[in-house]
Design a protein around this ligand. Structure first.
Ligand SMILES: *Cc1c(COP(=O)(O)O)cnc(C)c1O
Length: 454
């Protein structure tokens, strides 16, 4: 048993329910506000963008929500995902720590995103929606939604951040393989895109701009299309809790319990997915696990942002959400971890951070790629640059354990593989990558445009 390194569950152990942290939060989430009136939004305000079932999930206070059987059937294509003990990494680091990783890159789209894409496509299909609009940065979310839409025979319209569109042509091909239409953003197909291009014809885009375009495309479609978001929202984080629920069982198979659970954070969904079921045990069963969110130093929303109401997009079309934000018109450095370049953070993660229930750490780009190579050479998987932030955090923990001379059990989320990110690896291996600190003056400038909410 002790030399087992892979802990697999039978398909009967795919969770039957999603876990909803809202039932267990010490205080309720701050309300989401209408961008015009600054009053709390109701279900009807959100109905043009989302199907009612997802709107109800967004505000549900039920502790567990049933996973529809049709969604669970599709989960069987890749779930349960494996949990591995990284013995070769432990050896490479010469650490007494035990390091485990959950491998969400085993999904057909290559990341955890398909867990929520499948659920979102299902509920939209139930409501008779023809297709979904969305944005994608690195292309992981667009790929997942393209696949999910093809499972349910729906159209998929993707606005892809222009710099990624140029850097990652094969992500685009993959989305098109599943029938999606892909437009580089900013584009001249929407008012939001045209406004940006007028000011800055050479704009390389950002997630915030692409969100504006995708939201506008759904809102002006006369009910034909709705909009899907790959992270940040409560229902998205909830769908990802299949990850942590499986981990609870797999750690039991391994005969250990984590001391610390680590994940990279862009909008917060993969980190939430792995840690929320363990937080439930902290809150209700006396466990004392630490949780570590790892973000890029170039886009440090948790560690350097402010906890205020801000727009989710650049154009100011979305409701106002209280979150740790760098400002909705923040345009991040051309960092290779495209999935971590969002200006804000999930409300749930922000509340946990504000209440000191989680820890957060920012890591620089070069250290991240160094961690990625150390991991790849030990364990044989090339991680997505986003996922490598989590690896860097896990390595910090392993080194700290070594310094303290203690056995520490570390669990991290290997949320995606990097097979479509090899141009980033090329740049790193050629010595062409650099570290970007986010300058304090830029924070102040972006903060000046945050809406004032009374
Ligand atoms: C989208 C993505 C992220 C960032 O989003 P989260 O919601 O924070 O998980 C991180 N890693 C990968 C592989 C992704 O695809």
């Amino acid at each position: 048993m002790s030399d087992t390194i892979r802990f697999d569950l039978p398909q009967s152990d795919i969770p039957h329910q999603w876990y909803n942290i809202q039932a267990d939060l010490p205080r309720p989430l701050p309300p989401v506000l209408h961008p015009g009136t600054h009053q709390p939004v109701g279900p009807d305000d959100l109905a043009p963008l989302f199907p009612m079932q997802l709107i109800m999930q967004e505000v549900s206070q039920d502790k567990y929500l049933d996973i529809p059987e049709e969604v669970r059937e599709i989960y069987k294509l890749w779930r349960p995902t494996p949990l591995l003990r990284a013995r070769r990494l432990e050896k490479a680091l010469d650490t007494p720590a035990h390091i485990y990783y959950k491998y969400e890159g085993a999904s057909p789209s290559g990341s955890h995103k398909l867990n929520t894409a499948t659920a979102q496509a299902y509920y939209n299909k139930q409501e008779g929606i023809m297709g979904l609009t969305t944005e994608t940065g690195a292309g992981q979310w667009g790929t997942a939604l393209a696949q999910a839409c093809s499972f349910f025979d729906m159209e998929c319209i993707v606005y892809m951040v222009k710099i990624s569109y140029q850097q990652k042509p094969y992500r685009r091909s993959m989305m098109q393989t599943f029938g999606a239409s892909v437009t580089p953003s900013p584009s001249n197909t929407t008012n939001a895109g045209r406004a940006i291009l007028e000011r800055d014809p050479d704009s390389t885009g950002s997630l915030g701009i692409a969100i504006s375009e995708a939201v506008e495309a759904a809102a002006t479609s006369g009910g034909k299309y709705k909009y899907a978001l790959g992270s940040v929202l409560n229902h998205v984080l909830m769908h990802q809790t299949v990850i942590g629920q499986e981990c609870l069982k797999q750690m039991e198979l391994a005969g250990e319990y984590p001391d610390v659970v680590v994940g990279p954070t862009g909008g917060g969904s993969n980190f939430a997915g792995i840690m929320l079921p363990f937080l439930e045990r902290n809150l209700n069963a006396g466990k004392q696990v630490r949780f570590l969110a790892v973000e890029p130093a170039a886009c440090p929303s948790l560690t350097r942002g402010k906890y205020v109401y801000d727009f989710g997009d650049t154009g100011g079309m979305t409701p106002l959400v209280k979150m740790y934000t760098l400002g909705h018109d923040f345009v991040p450095a051309p960092l290779h971890a495209g999935g971590l370049r969002y200006h804000g953070m999930a409300s749930i993660i922000c509340e946990l951070w504000d209440q000191n229930l989680i820890e957060a750490q920012a890591v620089a780009q070069l250290e991240t790629f160094e961690a990625a190579l150390t991991f790849a050479r030990a364990e044989g998987i090339v991680p997505a640059p986003e996922a490598a932030h989590g690896i860097a955090g896990a390595i910090h923990e392993a080194n700290a354990a070594k310094e303290a001379g203690e056995k520490r059990v570390i669990l991290f989320n290997l949320c995606g593989h990097g097979h479509f990110d090899m141009s980033a690896y090329d740049a790193y291996l050629a010595g062409e990558l650099e570290d970007y600190e986010y300058p304090a003056a830029a924070i102040e400038a972006a903060m000046a445009n945050i809406p004032v909410v009374g």
